[in-house]
Design a binder for this molecule. Structure first.
Ligand code: MG
Ligand code: MG
Length: 629
């Protein structure tokens, strides 16, 4: 699969864009005329700069409002085309994109357009150039790739071909089977873009909301599959217009783009027909069985406070690491590590972020295969020295620069608790509170990073993303989206904060970055758990009494149940699948907290309760500007 990206897709000046595109691993680049007009050098300078990066110019674009013009506009349009051809020759590219005419004075008629293209083909051929025709979804007369193809077919010129763009086809829900019968040599280039499903004007949707394949909701894989079936083996080029990307980091957006294309290629290769597509082999997406552990970094001075909370939550210290200052606290299938080592990455992370859950492990079928896939998709491997005989756990860098470890149940990794740890007898009186496993991990990231991490998880693991929901924080909106699998053994909620006055934004500002903001544990009996927590001296997050009147009325709850909920500060929700009970700790540090949930069939995450929870958490936090006590 030959990969390309349009310069318009990412931010920055042209040299910065090209450097980011080359670094991300693309083979080629589409030069957008505006990028080139804003640059001080000549077209030849641009061409040289591209080639110095080891890239090929795959396309020059756009050439607008060409076909079907009445005279005298028609003659002027051909003059314009000749000038574009001059630029292309200086740039060193042979392909230009002509998008379907949107001019109100343009005339319809397939044969008229075909005749124009035939003449353009003759002119292009004299210079050894090629012209690709693309149907814009909002073209005046041509807005369907099937009509564009008919024009190209009738133009009947070897230098005239078709350009297919997933957005234009999929946004209009045009049958993609119509692509399968197009001869591959008449498809000059394929442009790919995804987009979230939003009901709006096509032009506005396209110009502002496109995103990388896999980041949106369009069937881009099915589209690509149809193209592969023609035998097409040319460039797949990302053409992404997105306001957020244009304001983001060029390097990060380019890396996401490349990851999205390779993931897409892998997906198509695994489908019924890979056709002409050649994609590097890599292991399939990994099925996640659960959270293997979550690791906190802390100093010796900070550790007792966290340990105190863990003990009231019923965790016991069950083992210590043989060579590092790491303790294992466990309950049910939950393993929490507390790392107070004065060396290593945990310590470096503590120095920057303070006490935080800086690492987690996901258990998969084959951790080393998953690692291979992650690295093939551009994830950054992570390793640090281990003691003699200890296990090197495969790991990559995850959200906020934290560590994502990969465990499995079949290799030496399954025995890590015996190999690297020594069991100890807990000397405290903490009583277990029936916590069984990690239900979900909530990560807070900057809003601009959300798509990056959604793509990261869904590219590496078998997981789907849910539609984005807005969480109302009294100080602003927090966007929330979930990555989960059908079994519920992987549940990661991603909260994107735009505003530092929100709880999520405060967490990011005070901990200097993204990370795990809360951990939710699952119990089978929320009331038994709440009772046991009370005996352990656990302080639940106090919920406003007004909440209970509202929830009783909203769901028609038995007043007796409402009283029990209220007595234990338990929040309640319900969906079409069942009931949900939530209990929170207060905040620890700069907004970290624990949650305990019971699901009776319920599949969501209690978004409707978030406003009450956030208000209660904020009440507990120290006022801005006051020192910690
Ligand atoms: Mg396009
Ligand atoms: Mg939660």
């Amino acid at each position: 699969m030959k990969t390309s990206i349009a310069t318009v897709s990412i931010s920055g000046e042209l040299p910065e864009k090209l450097a980011a595109i080359a670094k991300a691993g693309f083979d080629g680049v589409e030069i957008f005329e505006n990028d080139f007009l804003a640059f001080d050098g000549s077209p030849a300078d641009v061409g040289k700069m591209v080639r110095d990066h080891g890239l090929e110019i795959t396309l020059f674009q756009p050439f607008r409002d060409f076909e079907g013009m009445p005279e005298p506009h028609r003659a002027r349009t051909f003059d314009r085309a000749e000038r574009k051809f001059d630029v292309m020759q200086q740039l060193g590219t042979d392909l230009v994109l002509v998008c379907s005419n949107v001019s109100p004075i343009s005339l319809g008629g397939i044969d008229r357009a075909a005749a124009d293209f035939h003449e353009l083909g003759e002119r292009a051929a004299k210079r050894g150039l090629r012209v690709g025709y693309e149907a814009l979804a909002w073209g005046r007369h041509i807005f369907d790739h099937r009509d564009a193809w008919e024009i190209v077919r009738r133009a009947d010129h070897p230098n005239i071909g078709l350009i297919l763009d997933s957005f234009h086809t999929l946004s209009r829900k045009i049958d993609i089977n119509s692509i399968r019968s197009i001869p591959k040599d008449k498809i000059f280039i394929v442009q790919l873009a995804d987009a979230p499903l939003i009901d709006m004007d096509l032009l506005y949707w396209s110009r502002h909301f496109r995103n990388m394949p896999g980041e949106g909701d369009l069937p881009v894989a099915a589209f690509t599959s149809a193209i592969a079936e023609t035998g097409y083996d040319g460039y797949f080029s990302l053409e992404i217009f997105n306001d957020q990307f244009r304001g983001g980091s060029a390097k990060a957006i380019a890396a996401d783009g490349h990851r999205s294309l390779i993931t897409l290629g892998d997906q198509v290769r695994r489908g019924p027909s890979a056709g002409g597509l050649t994609v590097p082999e890599m292991p399939d997406r990994a099925a996640v069985k659960g959270v293997g552990f979550v690791e906190f970094s802390a100093s010796e001075a900070d550790a007792p406070e966290l340990i105190g909370i863990l003990q009231t939550l019923g965790f016991r210290r069950t083992a210590v690491h043989k060579s590092k200052k790491v303790s294992l606290y466990s309950q049910g299938d939950i393993r929490l590590l507390l790392n107070t080592d004065e060396a290593g990455f945990a310590n470096a992370s503590y120095a920057v972020h303070g006490v935080s859950a800086y690492a987690m492990a996901l258990t998969v079928d084959d951790a080393r295969e998953t690692m291979e896939r992650a690295v093939a998709l551009g994830a950054e491997p992570f390793s640090q020295t281990v003691g003699p005989g200890e296990v090197q756990i495969p790991a990559i860098r995850g959200v906020g620069g934290g560590v994502l470890y990969l465990l499995d149940d079949s290799s030496d990794l399954a025995r890590i608790w015996d190999i690297d740890f020594v069991a100890v007898a807990d000397d405290t009186q903490a009583q277990a509170v029936h916590l069984l496993r990690v239900d979900h991990v909530a990560q807070t990231v900057a809003y601009e990073e959300m798509l990056t991490w959604l793509l990261f998880y869904t590219a590496i693991f078998q997981a789907r993303k849910t539609p984005m929901v807005d969480i109302i924080d009294p100080a602003g909106i927090v966007r929330s989206q979930v990555v989960e699998n059908a079994e519920g053994s992987l549940r990661i909620t991603m909260n994107g904060a735009e505003n530092r006055r929100t709880l999520a934004g405060h967490f990011m500002a005070e901990t200097f970055g993204s990370g795990i903001q809360h951990l939710a544990f699952h119990t089978d009996d929320i009331f038994a758990t709440a009772g046991a927590l009370r005996l352990n001296g656990f302080h639940p997050l106090p919920i406003s009494p007004n909440y209970y009147g509202d929830v009783e009325a909203r769901f028609g709850l038995d007043p007796e149940l409402t009283e029990r909920l209220k007595a234990h500060n338990i929040l309640y929700d319900r969906d079409e699948h069942g009931e949900y009970f939530q209990l929170y700790s207060g905040t620890y540090g700069e907004g970290f907290f624990f949650e305990i949930v019971e699901r009776r069939g319920y599949r969501g995450y209690g978004a409707a309760n978030a406003i009450f929870r956030i208000a209660a958490l904020k009440k507990q936090m120290r006022p801005e500007g006051l020192p910690k006590v």
